[in-house]
Design a protein around this ligand. Structure first.
Ligand code: A2P
Length: 283
């Protein structure tokens, strides 16, 4: 599998397994271990998904059964909104690595920006969370650090006071929801964009436009979406708990979407997904 390279030189496998909405327990263990055995080298987790112990067990099982070392897998997690600030972030990090059963993370993200709707001092709160991330990064506990669901103005404020620049921004990204402004900002600042819900939480799968384009390439709509994300220079994180789908979502090297078809998909109107606005959310 190909890699993206982060601004600090870290290589990050170009497709990762999403684990949001993956039920805790045996389902998560099986999904993650199956993914590793069938070729995934990148797992995207988060404390708030409430399944990190099982994801960790799936990682250990998958690595062992595939005969791989920990260093051969890229693992991401995220600090949840209730844990913002320096001290809480430090504690949240230790809880997450403990739950996952790891002693370092490849990438740690601020899950959502503190926003102006909830916090008069949102810039300061994000800066304090970031200071903890920087310290963990400098101490070698995290190989790269970034954010999630940040808009350009959240990033600009964070970068003003930062010593280490964010290397990744993970956002909702799928046909009909391309978030062009923030993607352009990230690409201009060498911040890798990752796509959560590249299938629009599954809502893309019955879209007529996508079905007809997929038909041309003899691929599934899920494969078309994953490939389309990659061809936009964004890293897809498709979630599945179904072995055949987990395999299918990684198998996207056999075709290239033409410029004309990219333009058609890029022009699609919003047609489902989560559609959350980071300035409006109150969680
Ligand atoms: P499941 O996990 O039951 O296999 P997203 O990554 O955009 O959040 O989408 C996840 C949703 O899409 C889940 O409901 C998942 O179902 C479904 N899904 C993932 N991959 C495929 C696929 N290749 N074909 C059909 N549905 C898929």
């Amino acid at each position: 599998m190909k890699n993206f390279r982060l601004i600090n030189g870290t290589e990050i496998p170009a497709i990762g397994l999403g684990t949001w909405q993956t039920p805790d327990g045996e389902t998560a263990v099986k999904a993650v271990s199956h993914a590793i055995k069938c070729g995934y080298r990148h797992v995207d987790a988060a404390a708030v998904y409430d399944n990190e112990k099982s994801v960790g067990e799936g990682i250990r099982k998958g690595l062992q059964e595939a005969g791989l070392k920990r260093e051969e897998l890229f693992v991401t997690s995220k600090v949840w909104n209730t844990e913002r600030g320096y001290d809480r972030t430090m504690r949240a990090f230790e809880k997450t690595v403990g739950d996952l059963g790891l002693n370092y993370l490849d990438l740690y993200l601020i899950h959502w920006p503190a926003n102006a709707k909830q916090f008069a001092d949102w810039q300061k709160l994000n800066a304090e969370t970031w200071r903890a991330m920087e310290e963990l990064y400098k101490a070698g506990r995290i190989r790269s650090i970034g954010v999630s669901n940040f808009y350009a103005h959240h990033l600009e404020a964070l970068m003003q006071g930062a010593e280490v620049m964010p290397m990744v921004n993970q956002i909702e990204f799928h046909p009909g929801f391309m978030q062009k402004e923030v993607v352009d900002f990230c690409h201009q600042h060498d911040i890798l964009v990752e796509a959560w819900s590249p299938l629009g939480t599954g809502k893309m799968l019955s879209n007529e436009t996508l079905l007809s384009v997929a038909d041309k390439y003899g691929c599934s709509v899920a494969q078309l979406c994953v490939r389309w994300v990659l061809q936009n220079g964004v890293l897809p994180l498709p979630k599945s708990i179904t072995p055949s789908r987990i395999e299918e979502n990684l198998d996207v090297d056999g075709f290239t979407i033409s410029d004309a078809d990219m333009a058609t998909i890029n022009a699609m109107e919003y047609c489902g997904g989560s559609g959350l606005n980071a300035d409006e959310v109150d969680f």
